[in-house]
Design a protein around this ligand. Sequence first.
Ligand code: ADP
Ligand code: MG
Length: 682
Amino acid sequence: PSKPSALESKKKAKIGHPSRHLANGTKQASIQEQRRELPITSGKDALLDEIRDNDVTILIGETGSGKTTQVPQYILESGISGKGMIAVTQPRKVAATSLATRVATEQNTSVGGLVGYSVRFDEASSEDTRIKYVTDGMLVRELLGDTLLSRYSVVIVDEAHERTLRTDLLLTNLKSIQKTRNAPADAKGKGSVAKLNPLKIVIMSATLDAEKFSKFYDNAKVIYVKGRQHPVTIYHTAISQPDFVDAAMRTFFQIHTDQPPGDVLIFLPGQEDIESLDKSIKLYADRLPKDSSGIVVCPMYAALPPGQQAKIFSPAPQNTRKCILATNIAETSITIPGIKYVIDTGKCKEKRYIARDSGTGFDTLLTKDITKSSAMQRAGRAGRESIGFCFRLYTEESFKALPDSAEPEIRRCALSSSLLQLKCLGQDLEQLDFMDKPDWEAIASALKTLYLLGAIDNQKHLTKLGRDMAVLPLEPHLARAVVASQECGCTLEIIDIVSVLSASSKLFFDSTDEREAAAEARRKFRHSSGDHMTILNVVRSYQEIVASENKSGRKEWCKKQFLNDRCLSEARDIRDQLREVCVRMGVDWRSSCGDDEQPVLRSLVRGLVQQAAFLQPDGSYKQLMGPSIVKIHPSSSLCDKKVPAIIYDELVYTSHIYARGVSSVPRKLIAEVSVFKNKNIG
Ligand code: ADP
Ligand code: MG
């Protein structure tokens, strides 16, 4: 069987001739000056002593005190990490890449050399890399190829308070890995195990709930870094503000016209709200009197391409106010200098698993109220450099009614992908030592999904198919489609489609202003079988453009077609990486079915078994594996068609339950799937 490898992405060591990368002297001097002034600097020696003396250290410190950027460098320079690497985990991709870039600059090198990063579908590292910023998910994936994480001598679990599912999986695994690696020599036995290098664990968090981590790690020592927080005045609204984007805009312009200089940070739930507020601020800014000071708007969210991240850290030009529109990424993981005013909409996006009676379920990403702990963190961002102001777009009563802190993700997310990874490690989710145990219902549902996909058998044992699926850095249902494409002879096509589905932004814009024109442009890509083949048509046209045009021509083309250029270029990177994984697995990614859609649909059905529905006499669709009645989403190319059977990518809950990303499939393709063999649905 093909061996899962941690490195699902191409190496992009961005190192060349060293002298080319040396920042000019004064800039470097000022960076070193900034480093010296961070609150953590004064505690450096004491901190290093603790880390040297203890297997596990828990470090708590205010956001911006220098934990994430400095601690790895301290450890490296002190020699504590020896010959091994230092991993620093982050819940979010954009934090990992941006922090790695910053720390590389502080080390006067370029990213991918001494300091690198590794996130899903993107990596910058080389033989020289000693400090690696990784997403928690990436490190979990590395476990599959290196069960003891032996390349690392220190693992720093950062932003631990966020308690993402992958962070929890890591905390559990690190505990047992450390037991093995740090056991006294005679207990290790003979052979290769005896040579194991010990592992140090550092857990870092910006919030004060350290006790639970300490307890989990046998009462590990907790260290506090003193922050430098200035007072922040907090205002609440008198009445609640249902349209928080509009309220944020009005508040921003009030600050801009009435208040002294200082940058503004606005917290919004997600990318769509950020883009819409970005637009309206720019629109109104144009109407301000000529002599008013300028405004630069900088968005900051998980899917922001690396090229645009630098903007938020550079100071605004003279007589200009910077306005940063961010998701909760700016709450604790990324500290932006110069903020004096915070506008808090009180909203965030939360992943939540919706369980179904039938034992199946799915994740949704819904906008919801934040927690008290988040609200405090958000306000705190205004007082880092001097006194600050926080404008909450909700009432004081609403604040008091907020929950204290969020439930850990392991208690509210789909577990199928993690369960599969754990199976590959020979671990059972049910038996692991977690800080918080997952619900048995969620486990049962994940087991059911994996069984339906053929990744485990009815004894819950991992199958060969399951092992192959785990090698692909994809959600299990998409991985299943890729594996199926091998048999169906359409890996080329399936990888193109799956890459678009795995990108972090959508391919088609749902913009309201030019809906007609967009629909018109979209029509020429339309395929009669529905949205998956339509995606393939788009990708094929895009590839022709890429081959013939330069980058700006490509962007222009996307704009004209109302396609999201960012999605397509990200999908291309994902595609390249999936092809590499295929090569390692011995799968021929070139195998193609040409213009025949049947093999593509057949492969997709294998992955989307739980997302199939049949037409009912009244024109709606009934789920095959669940109780819901669904309609085809208006954005689908099949929205006004009545076809006997459909498969879909996701469900959207509004006034109805809508299926989005829909293809029409012959019923016989569904009947072929082994779990349906004995049911009469041909
Ligand atoms: P903590 O982890 O304790 O919240 P950090 O180590 O992330 O603190 O931040 C320390 C300092 O480094 C902050 O002043 C922050 O503004 C700065 N910093 C972090 N990333 C960048 C970057 N990409 N560019 C410029 N400054 C940065
Ligand atoms: Mg940090």
